[in-house]
Structures are given as C-alpha cells and as structure tokens.
Design a protein around this ligand. Structure first.
Ligand code: NAP
Ligand code: SF4
Length: 678
C-alpha cells in the first residue's frame, strides 16, 4: 500500500515538457564502469535496478566532453557518434521503469590525474601532481562547443538531459571562484566574468538542443576554500544560469581539496540544506538539496518545509536500489542505509577500482552477484551474529534455505555494536537495524545467548555450517600488562572507566576511533547538532554568508583527556586509513592535541604509567589508563581440522577467517558470496 507519510517525496515534478515521477534524484557517482564501453551492460544493469527501485531521476557518473577534461587517463568521454550505442543500453534500462536519466558532463580541469590538464589559471591543485595550462580564449570557446557536442550526442543516446558539473572544484568551479581564477580577461575578475564560461555553456546547449531537454547545473553553494565565493556570488550565478536556460539547479558542497568534511559519516544529516534553501529564494527553477541525506524522514522534512524541490542521494542508492519503493510502501525499516563510510565507493574510485558498497556488495555487481531462489532448500547453521554472519544468514534465507543463526552474546551486530558508540558513527545503528529486520523477514531462526559447539551442530543435522565467529581483541604481552589500568578497546567502548591521561596502543582504524571516543564526554545528544558541528569545523552557519567560501575560524572544545596515540611502525600515523575519510580522523586528533608517536617499542606497565622506547631512548608516559587497540585474533575453533570427518560442510568467513584484515566490507561480501552459492 502506498504511504501518505512521505507524500512530498512521492509527488511528481512537472517540468512543462516532461514530468519526473517523484522528488528523488539518484545523484552522480563514478562507478568506474562508465570508463570502458565493454562494461556498459553491467552499468545498464546497475542503473536499471535503481530505476526499478523507484528513483525518479538518475544522473550518470561524470563523462568528459574532451580529452583535456579527463579525470583519469582514458576516462569516460562522449565526443563521437560511436558513443551512442553503449549509452543506449543505459537509457533503455532506465526508461523501461518510467524514470528519467541525465548524463553528467564533467570536465575535471586541474583535478585531472593526467598530463593534459587545463584550468582558469596555471595553479596546481593539491590533489593532482599535474600543473594545469591556462586556457586561452580560443580554448574556452572550443570547450563550450565540446559541451554542446556531448549534450547533442547524449540526446541521441536517449538521455532526457544533461547535468553540467559546476561544483566540487572541477573546471567550471575553478572558473567561478577566485581560488583558481586569477585571469584579467573577460573570463576572470568580477563574478559576472568568472561565471561567463558556465553561463555560455548553458546558453549554447539550450540554443542547439531546444526546450525539451533537461539541463541541470550543479553549482557550488559553499566552496569551503580560501578566496571562495560568497552567497551573494552564488546567487548571482544561479540567477544567470536560470536566465541562460537551466531546468534544474543542483547543490554542490565543498571542493575536493577542502579540509572540511562534507560527506563522511561524522557530518550530521542534511547539514547543508540551509544554503540550498537560501538560493531557492532567488530562483524559480526547481532546486535540489544534497549531501548526507540518507533516510526518508530527513528527505521528507526538507521537501515539506520548502527548503528544496527535490532531494539528491548518490551513495544511499548504492546501499539500497529500492530506497524509493520501500519508502512508498511503508517499509522504511527495510532500507539498507548508507552509513557514509566511503570504504567501498569513493575509496575504491580514488584507487581506480570499481565502486561498490560496504553494506550492499551487489552494488555495481548486479549481473555477477545474483541471489537466485534455491531449488533444494538446505538446513544451514550460521555461527556468529556479526556482520559476516548476518550477511550470510539473511542472503541464504532469502534464497529459501532453512537458516539458524547462533550468537553467543545477547545481541547481533558484533563489532558494529562497538563502532556505533564512536562519536560521529551513529549511522552504524542503521546497519544493525537493517539486518535485524531482514532476519525477521527472511525467517531466520535466531538463537541469542547460545554458544554452540561442534557436537551440537552435528547433532542438529545441519547440511552446512558457516563459521562467522569473528575475533577477539589482541592482548598486550609486556611486563605489567595484566594490570587493571590496561584495557582492551572493547572494554572501553562498552563503558569501562578510563582515567584523564591515556595511552592508546595501536593506531589503526580502531586506535583512531577510540582516541576520538576519549576526547569528549559520552555524547549527550546523538548525533552531533548541525551548528555545533559547523562551529567545530569552521563552517559559516549563516546561509547568507559573506565569508570567503563560507569559512570562519573553527572553535575547538578543549579535550577532556590527555591522549597519546602510539604505533611501532615508523610510517606516519593513520597512513592506512581510508583515502577519503582518514584525513578527517587525523585532523580531529591533531586539533585536539593528541600526541602521536611512531617507532615506539612497548617495554612495561608500572604504577607510574607506560614505559616505552623511541629511537633507543627510554621514556615514561605518565598515564592512568592504557587502551590496547593492537588488532585482533581470529576465533575459529569450530572449524574442523584438515582430514577430520564431519557430517556437515563447514565454511569460514569474515574476521574468523582472517583477522589481520578484519574489515566489514570483506566480511559482508564474503557472507553474501558464500550464501549466494549454497
Ligand atoms: P589494524 O588496522 O590492523 O591496526 C592494529 C594496530 O595495532 C596497528 O597500528 C599495529 O601497528 C598495531 N599492532 C599490531 N599488532 C600489535 C602488537 N602485537 N602489539 C602492539 N601493537 C600491535 O586494526 P584495527 O585498528 O583493530 O582495525 C581493524 C579493522 O577495522 C581495520 O582493518 C579496518 O578495516 C576496520 N576499521 C576501520 C575504520 C575506518 O576508519 N575506516 C575504523 C575502525 C575500524 P604497529 O604494528 O605499527 O604498532
Ligand atoms: Fe554508503 Fe559506505 Fe556503501 Fe559508500 S560504501 S555507499 S558510504 S555504506
């Protein structure tokens, strides 16, 4: 039954010449599949599934109008009629389900990771090793024609329109802002000149293609870089784009080189919607809100309050292709929520790997990881209710197997139960909620507080046993490490008291997380209120900001503890953290004066504190507590030894299989892949 609770989300948007069936935009997300024509059948399946899942408007990953605009060498380009055939697979797959699709035209400018890069001025970006050449007047005019050519080919390929990428610090944003545009000709200087390139592109496309074609412009509403635009500049550009002929105005927040996070999990939901609402006051075209919108209540509130006309989500559609249909049919609790971890999507993209999703390993693999109903139901035991076991149990049960899940503790969720208490990681609650609902829906027999042994499993006559028994924290083995002030990260995150001066041993993801956990009192209000977060990161909360790029001085709260974060390696601390989120964690600890030591040897724990040695010098860290975050060890005693005879087939997945690379992304994928085959 269709819901009225989310009436604004589900309301069609009439654009005069065409109608979008609801207010939900699946935003542009580079999957890596768009760069090679032979991957287009996979890309079509990926988009087709999301159109089937109810998204009203979909936008492709960025496609360059020419070679200079490539993000990566030989990146996806649309500049010949030969590009039409593969793209038709995509547009057809989407139109079949009554949705619309735009091709995003993205010229990377100085963000290109290739030697042909160009920009407004020859200023190298901090995120590419290549210095751009300054574009000549002629090159700019030629590039406008390249945009027009790409838009014309896109129309022939069946796209309902194009999105012109003018935010996140890409080429057009580089022209729009003084941060990179230091020209003195008609393309530089006052905002009227800086916006000329973007405006001329829109005019030229509109003139060439006519009225019945969507032109969406993604405009940077908040640059978050020095010499960035003010809100008045943004409004001037928005009005000019409207006059030039755009159909929709989309929100972009923050340049990629900005040192203020804009999409990671610690950014509060809908943190930037006020800026969208401000621009909306000045234009008549529909405006799209974006960034950290991942659940229907947030989306509905934005639309109902009139802050935007549409909501855009990119990563949430990787996590759940059926987000809209579940919303429409009162099944919000079944949504697999994007937890904004970036681990399998953006971190993959930046490593030139295919994007997928930590919580949904089928994303980008729709034709390869397929859950087919089984013809022969088996009796399957899954031992361990962490995310590996939950993934295996729910996929196996959804295929029609008879599944029993044994969990030794009183709750499912495993390591996610620890992660969810870290400040800024509240979204991890959602994954546990999702799996709990799936256990119920798929009819898994869940036995909590049940530690099984091999004899019981054999006695119950299971056909298959999946060992997903996870890990235990590795203990510190030095003199004095049995002392009560030495705690494991699991004890600390479960609430064990910790002193005012702390040494954290091990600087992997968990060492960083635990340090952040210890910096502040346990959160009174979860998650962090938007304005508090803005103060902490120096984001101007005034939607009509006059500060450069919307930045003002950060207000750092004094940490409640003195913390040392230690590692044995000599490499910089946090070097192994995620590419797109690690810098946020490093910045947080630095701002809060956490002392990071590398090349440390741990010697002993005494009543005075922790004795260490660095570069051959003995030192005493006078700390009250020592928190061990030194990795984990697998728990795999249920696995039969080689050659041992068992009635059931045994399989091992997740941390139980390999603790050294304990990783939720691998755990969930392994569980799903195994269950898809049984
Ligand atoms: P980890 O990344 O493997 O880090 C363990 C740390 O302990 C390392 O810094 C290691 O560095 C140190 N160590 C290892 N053996 C030790 C020993 N015997 N004595 C003292 N120190 C030792 O593991 P983790 O931090 O436990 O994280 C586990 C996994 O959780 C990660 O791989 C990640 O996938 C996931 N995670 C990710 C995030 C994130 O932000 N993306 C956050 C939390 C967890 P040295 O040997 O140099 O001291
Ligand atoms: Fe969201 Fe993480 Fe999945 Fe990316 S990998 S879509 S951030 S849950």
């Amino acid at each position: 039954m269709t819901t009225t609770r989310y009436a604004n989300i589900l309301k069609p948007l009439h654009l005069g010449f065409t109608t979008i069936k609801n207010r939900v935009v699946m935003g542009s997300m580079h999957t890596g599949l768009e760069d090679r024509f032979y991957n287009y059948p996979k890309l079509a399946a990926y988009f087709g599934e999301r159109a089937k899942g109810g998204a009203g408007l979909l936008i492709t990953g960025g496609i360059s109008p020419n070679r200079q605009g490539w993000l990566l060498p030989a990146g996806g380009t649309m500049n010949t009629l030969g590009d039409i055939a593969p793209h038709r697979l995509v547009t057809h797959a989407v139109h079949k389900h009554g949705a619309k699709i735009l091709l995003q035209i993205l010229h990377a400018g100085r963000y290109g990771y290739q030697p042909f890069v160009v920009s407004a001025s020859p200023i190298k970006s901090p995120i590419s090793p290549f210095k751009p050449r300054e574009m000549s007047d002629k090159q700019i005019l030629n590039t406008i024609q390249d945009y027009v050519r790409t838009a014309s080919i896109a129309k022939k390929a069946g796209y309902d329109g194009v999105e012109i990428m003018g935010s996140e610090g890409y080429l057009l944003n580089q022209f729009l802002s003084r941060h990179v545009n230091q020209r003195a000709d008609r393309w530089g200087g006052p905002i009227e000149n800086r916006m000329r390139f973007a405006v001329e592109i829109v005019k030229a496309i509109r003139e060439e293609i006519g009225e019945k074609f969507i032109i969406c412009f993604r405009l940077s509403l908040l640059d978050l870089v020095h010499d960035g635009n003010t809100m008045q500049d943004v409004i001037t550009v928005a009005k000019a784009l409207e006059k030039a002929g755009i159909t929709l105005l989309n929100t972009g927040i923050g340049w990629h080189e900005a040192r203020i996070p804009t999409i990671v999990t610690s950014v509060p939901r809908a943190a930037f919607v006020d800026y969208t609402a401000e621009v909306k006051k000045h234009v008549a075209v529909p405006v799209i809100a974006s960034n950290r919108i991942n659940m229907p209540d947030t989306a509905e509130e934005i639309l109902a309050s009139g802050q935007a006309d549409m909501v855009q989500m990119a990563r949430p559609f990787l996590a759940d292709a059926f987000w809209v249909n579940k919303t429409a049919t009162n099944r919000v609790d079944e949504i697999n929520t994007c937890i904004a971890c970036n681990q399998a999507c953006l971190d993959h993209t930046f490593k030139n790997q295919r994007a997928t999703c930590l919580v949904n390993p089928r994303a980008g693999y729709e034709t390869e990881l397929v859950y087919v109903k089984t013809k022969k139901a088996k009796s399957i035991a899954v031992v361990g209710g962490g995310v590996a076991g939950l993934s295996a149990a729910t996929v196996a049960a959804s295929r029609g197997h008879d599944v029993t899940l044994f969990e030794a503790s009183h709750e499912v969720g495993g390591q996610f139960n620890l992660a969810k208490v870290i400040p800024g990681k509240e979204e991890f609650h959602e994954t546990i909620r999702y799996f709990k609902v799936q256990l119920e829906k798929t009819g898994v027999d869940v036995r909590l507080n049940t530690k099984v042994n091999r004899e019981q499993l054999e006695r119950e006559g299971f056909d298959e046993v999946i060992v997903a028994t996870g890990v235990v924290p590795r203990a510190l083995k030095i003199e004095g490490s049995q002392a009560p002030q030495v705690l494991s990260y699991a004890e600390v995150l479960r609430g064990a008291p910790v002193g005012d001066r702390v040494a954290v041993i091990g600087a992997g993801g968990i060492g960083f997380d635990v340090s952040e956990f210890l910096l502040k009192p346990p959160h009174q209000v979860q998650p962090q209120p938007v304005n508090e977060w803005k103060r902490e990161w120096g984001v101007d909360p005034n939607p009509n900001y006059v500060s450069e790029g919307g930045m003002q001085g950060a207000e750092i709260e004094a940490p409640i503890r003195e913390i040392y974060l230690l590692q044995r390696k000599k490499t910089p601390l946090g070097a192994g953290l995620g590419k797109t989120s690690g810098w946020v964690h490093r910045a947080q600890l630095k701002k809060h004066a956490v002392r990071m030591l590398r090349g440390v040897q741990y010697k002993s724990v005494t009543d005075e504190g922790l004795w260490i040695e660095v570069d051959g010098h003995a030192q005493l860290l006078r700390v009250d507590s020592i928190v061990v975050c030194a990795g984990q060890e697998s728990v795999k005693d249920l696995m039969p030894l080689a050659g041992e005879n068992t009635l059931a087939q045994y399989h091992i997945i997740g941390g139980a299989k390999l603790a050294a690379e304990l990783d939720a992304k691998r755990a969930i994928r392994e569980g799903a892949e195994l269950a898809a085959k049984l």
